[in-house]
Write a protein that binds this ligand. Structure first.
Ligand SMILES: [Zn+2]
Ligand SMILES: [Zn+2]
Length: 254
């Protein structure tokens, strides 16, 4: 099993893609930049797992559905918390801002199927990987995830400010092999990070300490691109090796 980055930025400019990651060949984690995925690869995708309904995580959902409606007959399942899906339905795929693809049927089947993901229990996802959603400290129905393949566990923060339950739930669920954690702002903007329920390097260090494992590879994403250099300098501390996730970065965990 693997996570492969399509986009890993927490905002958008000419050099940055919004958050979207492949979880194996059949699942996407978020869909901010999903339209960058070649259509032949999108044909394999059965499910989009949303961390939450902020625009940087859902933007391209409408565009990949637009391409799928003329290419396939099976539905794309979109899953996430009840609050997250309610926002997507009401404010995006509502027949006004964009078509309601859950009402567009091809050969009798809707091209979009919403499925609420239960919190704090393991759910099987396509491609032989399990997922556990855990509420985190961020709006729009936000969830962090634990992903498990065999006994190997990846902890994925999604967007969050300081939180406890995700790190607590990770304990005893498997063998942690990687952490994917958001770092949106530099330490000089710690107050903005706190106010917007995000992390800066010092806050992320506190979060990783809560997990209690010292030697796990740490992968950072969701930087605001205009702060990239400042954040990278702060992350590059001796004894704290971290890797910045960019398009094409891959985390193997099988
Ligand atoms: Zn975000
Ligand atoms: Zn967000």
């Amino acid at each position: 099993m693997f996570i492969e980055v399509v986009g890993g930025s927490g905002s958008k400019n000419a050099d940055s893609r919004l958050v979207c990651m492949k979880l194996g060949e059949k699942v996407l984690i978020d869909a901010g930049s999903a339209a960058f995925i070649p259509v032949e690869q999108l044909d394999s995708v059965d499910l989009v797992l949303l961390t939450h309904a902020h625009l940087d995580h859902i933007l391209d959902l409408g565009f990949i559905l637009d391409s799928m409606v003329s290419r396939r007959i099976r539905p794309l399942v979109v899953t996430g918390s009840e609050a997250c899906l309610a926002i997507v339905k009401k404010h995006y795929m509502n027949g006004l801002l964009w078509p309601d693809f859950s009402k567009i049927c091809i050969e009798g089947k809707p091209i979009l199927e919403y499925r609420v993901l239960a919190d704090e229990e393991w759910t099987d996802l396509p491609g032989n990987v399990e997922c556990m959603a855990v509420p985190v400290n961020h709006p729009a129905g936000a969830r962090g995830f634990l992903f498990r393949h065999d006994r190997n566990l990846v902890v994925y923060s999604g967007d969050t400010g300081p939180t406890d339950k995700l790190w607590r739930m990770a304990n005893g669920q498997g063998e942690p092999v990687a952490v994917v954690i958001e770092v949106s702002f530099p330490d000089s903007k710690r107050d903005i990070a706190m106010a917007s329920d995000h992390l800066c390097p010092s806050l992320a260090a506190d979060e990783l300490h809560k997990l209690g494992y010292e030697d796990i590879p740490v992968h950072v994403f969701h930087m605001k691109p205009w702060f990239a250099e400042e954040i990278l300098k702060e992350l590059n501390l001796p004894g704290k090796p971290v890797r910045l996730l960019k398009p094409g970065s891959r985390i193997e965990f099988s």
